[in-house]
Design a protein around this ligand. Structure first.
Ligand SMILES: [Zn+2]
Length: 68
């Protein structure tokens, strides 16, 4: 009966500018820097950056940042 729920934001196509995506946000809301990829997973798997470490959301690999 109620079709009100169909009234959501119109689906906008994500603007894809080649070579300009520095970050992407995964389902958990973690910002993934495209700079660091997971050494365990195949290419294209990027690790989420945390304040003191990088973590792969796929295999769980964690790499701690070095204190400089
Ligand atoms: Zn991984």
């Amino acid at each position: 009966m109620s079709k009100e729920k169909d009234k959501e934001k119109p689906k906008e196509k994500p603007k894809k500018k080649a070579g300009r995506s520095l970050y992407k946000i995964d389902k958990s809301g973690a910002v993934t820097s495209t700079k660091r990829s997971c050494p365990r997973c195949e290419k294209g798997t990027y690790m989420a950056e945390h304040f003191n470490r990088f973590a792969c959301g796929r295999c769980g690999y964690t790499e701690f940042k070095r204190k400089s």
